[in-house]
Design a binder for this molecule. Structure first.
Ligand SMILES: [Zn+2]
Length: 222
């Protein structure tokens, strides 16, 4: 097996990283310097789900797996990218809108939903993200998918003053099934080949809800 290309699917982590409303903003501070200490080293604080990250089931259910308890094979493997087409603000991605593309999905796949909402990253429009319809999530869970990723801030609709009570149905369904969600992916357009190998391995924090990832898609030749 040979890796022909590595596609970076991650947003930069800086003080400017756009976070979910109310979440902590990354803070990076020089802790040691070559001039003073002989080496460079940073102190970093950030939300567990700031930037490109994965959610463990524990994010929405106290009685399920924390990020360190999830089997690692959910975070690495063959992926199917589903093109969600030209979506409007807060539009649902549905079984009907994906149509025959769903036939490509194989049991155990990492499924990446290309909503193209990453083009609004850094603007308020990023919070008016499209989302996955609950029936679509249930269908994929039934077909053996446990890893869902998308290029938007939230797999569910993001609540605000005029969209209160939208809830987190996709998060709850996936948590209940023991699955994981990767949010804030970017650059999905650069995956112009079929069946990429995808890695979204989280940092090994213990007992928490999620973790930042460096998400990549690999083009491999057998
Ligand atoms: Zn989430």
């Amino acid at each position: 097996m040979k890796i022909v290309r590595v596609v970076d699917l991650s947003h930069p982590v800086t003080a400017e990283t756009q976070v979910y409303p109310g979440d902590p903003v990354p803070h990076l501070e020089q802790h040691s310097t070559i001039e003073r200490d002989g080496f460079n080293l940073m102190s970093i604080s950030m939300g567990s789900q700031s930037g490109t990250h994965v959610d463990a089931p524990y994010h929405f259910d106290n009685d399920t797996k924390r990020i360190d308890e999830v089997a690692l094979d959910l975070f690495i493997g063959a992926a199917t990218v589903l093109d969600c087409g030209d979506l409007a603000a807060r539009e649902a991605v549905t079984i009907e809108s994906l149509g025959a593309q769903l036939d490509k999905v194989q049991r155990g796949d990492i499924v990446l939903f290309k909503t193209r909402w990453s083009r609004f990253y850094g603007t308020v429009e990023y919070f008016n993200n499209p989302y996955l319809d609950a029936k679509l999530v249930s269908l994929l869970l039934d077909r053996g998918v446990l890893t869902f990723g998308l290029d938007a801030i939230n797999i569910d609709e993001t609540p605000d003053d005029t969209h209160e009570g939208v809830g987190f149905p996709a998060h709850h369904l996936i948590a209940k099934a023991g699955g994981v969600i990767c949010e804030n992916l970017t650059n999905l357009d650069a995956i112009d080949f079929e069946r990429p190998m995808v890695s979204i391995l989280p940092m090994k924090f213990i007992g928490i809800d999620g973790a930042p990832v460096r998400a990549v898609a690999l083009q491999v030749e057998q």
